[in-house]
Design a protein around this ligand. Sequence first.
Ligand code: ATP
Ligand code: MG
Length: 285
Amino acid sequence: MRQKSDAGRLTTLRWSLRGASVSIEMNAKPAERGNVTIEFQEVEYCVPGRHSAPILSQISLKILRGETVMLLGRSGSGKTTLLKLVNRLLKATAGTVFVNGASVDSMDPIRLRRGIGFVIQEGGLFPHYTVAKNVVVVPRMLGWTLVRWVERYEEMMRLVGLDPKELARRLPRELSGGQRQRVGVARALAADPEILLMDEPFAALDPVTRAELQREFAELAKRLGKTILFVTHDLREALRIGSRIVMLAEGRIVADAAPENFLRIEHPEVKAFAATFEVQSGARG
Ligand code: ATP
Ligand code: MG
């Protein structure tokens, strides 16, 4: 494996997969790490009232301040469920989820969610709110003054590469998919939450726009120093954005490593994901 630095940002690793050489962009810079921000202790989740197998079991995971942890797994592996346990949209049926050392069960859910930005697929914007109103929805709820939230709106839009004046009065349906995603990120960051939860935020985009947003977001994440939990089923996205990749399979954690070590893991699920690179890059040899 050879490493090549790309203008001090993303690193391109050349990886040899069964003889085929593949270029993969990675976020190879270590995150600035701090205290434990999110912790799962022996967490299990079963759908209340159902007696089928648990959706999540034996989840123990510590996420440090400033990490960007990619939750990678195939459809139905439990990624969204795990994310929702953090902001208490769901409650663990066994074990404990901690945010900054306190069990989320002991916290007021509204207060908990104010400290957590949440971005979902397609941005999850309010369709009848203008872009400006969407971005500052939390600051307004928190009672910020008009001057302060107008300033914040402009700052957030510039941060995600959008023109605040041009788009202020548009409705979400008058934006492109990529613009909607950016507005979704701007909104999640507007109240300056310590934690960001992102559920496949770029999944619905064309591959070129998607790659652009991934690169920009990887840079932004490093600059902002937030603690980020990012769900994806795309290994390339996980390598590009994450400072760490946690893989879920059938509701359990089966791999947990930094991007540069992830492809070395000898687990069949990791190998199954890595094999998709061979298909995608087969023509390059
Ligand atoms: P995807 O990549 O498709 O979004 P995911 O990894 O996010 O998948 P989850 O949404 O967490 O998967 O769901 C995990 C499993 O739990 C799936 O098998 C799903 O069918 C099941 N599940 C989720 N919510 C419920 C529910 N309310 N009742 C019954 N089963 C559920
Ligand atoms: Mg999901």
